[in-house]
Design a protein around this ligand. Sequence first.
Ligand code: SF4
Length: 359
Amino acid sequence: MNDQQEAPMISAMHDSPATIEPNHFKYKSLSSWALNLFMGCVHGCRFCYVTDTSTRRQKGLLKPFGVNDPVQDWGSYVLVRPWIRTKFMASLLEAEQTHPGFLNADGNRAIILCSTTDPYQLIRNTDRAKQEQLNTHARWMLREALELIRDHSTLNVRILTRSPLAREDFDLFKTFGNRLLLGTSLPTLDPVLGRLYEPRVPAPAQRLKLLTDAHAAGINTFVAVAPVFPEVGYKGMLRIFNEVKKAQPWTIFMEPVNLRLGIAERIQREARKLGREIDMTPYTDTAAWAHYAIGALRDAERAAAEAGVADRLHLWPDHTDLRTAKVVKAQEDPKAYLAWLQGYWDRISEWPGTTTRNR
Ligand code: SF4
């Protein structure tokens, strides 16, 4: 634990129950639905995009719990959703009965846990009894939801976490067979970069071990090398790919980081305290970021080829900033560039049992 983990935190039960909802991913091929067990996230990653998307919309729901600025205070609150079995089952039935024609083609009929928070968190509260109650409820609710999905539907499950706590549920994951993928986000193997960008998250080595242990236990895996920081570079990605391939991930997702300048400046200040510098060039304007992002995506392709995992690399090129007229025109072969982007936007990620591949 570090000092930030010790900081006071707002944690309580919310009154909005956990249900399965259509997700809002585009061009990610992660899932068709999401089950979010919490509002907020104790991990509080500095780059977290959730604050730009759903968090703002939750402002009214968070205010009664003392969260005045959900974006600014991100990482310092977690509201646990209550469990109402009838509501959860109704949402599960609705998902199960959704005609495939109404689903995003790349979602693999999967429910992701979670899309706007992490399913495995250690919740803190100054009241020890309350802390125990919240953590017990959260752990129980996760297992209960998984068992119901397994037994009352044919839907797939994608678990995405930054926490080795997921190890405690390996027994349950195994009962899903090919219907479940366990993945972790691993944007770097450098512990100093990890501390800078995701200061409250367990070290990269622990997440890598979670992945390799899951594979050894017979659980299907994937990895999100995301978001990749400029300091990781080609060599850093090559190292990650070489390490994660030991877990034979079905898909290796990769996305370059895109920080607001204010956040980058804050990370820079923290970096200097640790005797490091971070590369601020990508954050000066959209053209600079596009230049960085395209280079990082191309580097990922070269590194994946060198590591022998090119067949499972699934890039997430930004759908807005990388296809502006200016960016497209600046490419050596604009037509080939657009086709390259489109190939990844159309790509359907691998799912065990449906994807044939040499492993
Ligand atoms: S673990 Fe995920 S949801 Fe939580 S702060 Fe980090 S990026 Fe955001």
